[in-house]
Design a protein around this ligand. Structure first.
Ligand SMILES: [Zn+2]
Length: 271
């Protein structure tokens, strides 16, 4: 497989199951042909697999989204906003106070929740197949790009779907961060096959610039997590029976804020 950024096949195996492009440093997981990516995102994905219970963690998730919304508003204060990978619509539900919002996600149950319970304009399907009715001022993708089989196709389409001067905001793990380097294959973001691409500041910038964007800012925001989700992803995610054990600490749950500087938020502009 040729690297999506530099188109060269100069790669090396790292850890047990990841590959690095020796030319540009992009890290990725090679998907086997038999794996159907869409099958990974059933209801269980948000309940008891990658997330302990996304739906119940709404308050904490929205605390994080409020931070991201504030960051967006440093650049754009009004207009149209489109979210790719919007899940239950918790971000759009906040953003609708300032922007005219719309979103898409491949998961059925979450998008149906967003439509029915939050009355949001949310589609179920693949963004690459979706034709937008008008150009947007903002596109965001929270913790989504690492899940994509073909992120370059997404970035190209986003470029097309944005108005000139429009902004793209992305969050994803930073594979060049100190924590990623120390933890290596044990870094909590290393999670194939759901996480396929592992970008660094350098590789994400290269990809965005190739598609016509200018990177305006890359920051490392901290996150609020519930005590139970923290415990779950630190100790139990890769073990069986994790869900049951965590029910015990649910009783004393609270939001915890911390910054491990291994998640990056990228602001880019269509120029
Ligand atoms: Zn490369």
């Amino acid at each position: 497989m040729a690297c999506i950024i530099c188109n060269k096949s100069n790669e090396k195996r790292i850890f047990t199951n990841l590959t690095v492009c020796e030319n540009c440093g992009l890290i990725y997981y090679k998907i086997s042909n038999s794996l159907k990516i869409d099958d990974l995102y059933r209801e269980e994905y948000f309940k008891g697999e990658e997330y302990l219970n996304y739906k119940d963690d709404k308050q904490i998730i929205q605390k994080n989204f409020t931070q991201r919304l504030r960051e967006i508003q440093k650049y754009v204060q009004s207009g149209t906003l489109f979210e790719i990978g919007c899940a239950y619509g918790y971000f759009l539900d906040l953003a609708k106070k300032s922007f005219s919002v719309e979103g898409i996600d491949i998961t059925k149950e979450p998008t149906s929740f967003a439509r029915k319970k939050l009355s949001l304009d949310v589609k179920t399907g693949n963004y690459l197949d979706y034709r937008l009715t008008n150009k947007k001022d903002i596109v965001c993708m929270w913790d989504t790009i690492e899940h994509l089989e073909n992120p370059k196709e997404f970035i190209k389409k986003i470029y097309n779907d944005l108005d000139l001067g429009g902004h793209l905001f992305i969050t994803t793990g930073d594979a060049g961060s100190l924590l990623a380097k120390i933890r290596r294959e044990n870094w909590r973001i290393i999670h194939p096959p759901t996480h396929i691409f592992y970008f660094s500041k350098k590789t994400i910038t290269k990809l965005l610039e190739q598609c016509g964007f200018r990177v305006v800012k890359i920051s490392h925001p901290g996150v609020y997590r519930s005590l139970s989700q923290t415990y779950y992803s630190l100790f139990l995610l890769k073990r069986s029976g994790g869900q049951m054990k965590v029910e015990k600490i649910k009783k004393i749950d609270m939001p915890v804020y911390f910054n491990t500087y291994d998640i990056m938020m990228i602001a880019a502009k269509k120029i």
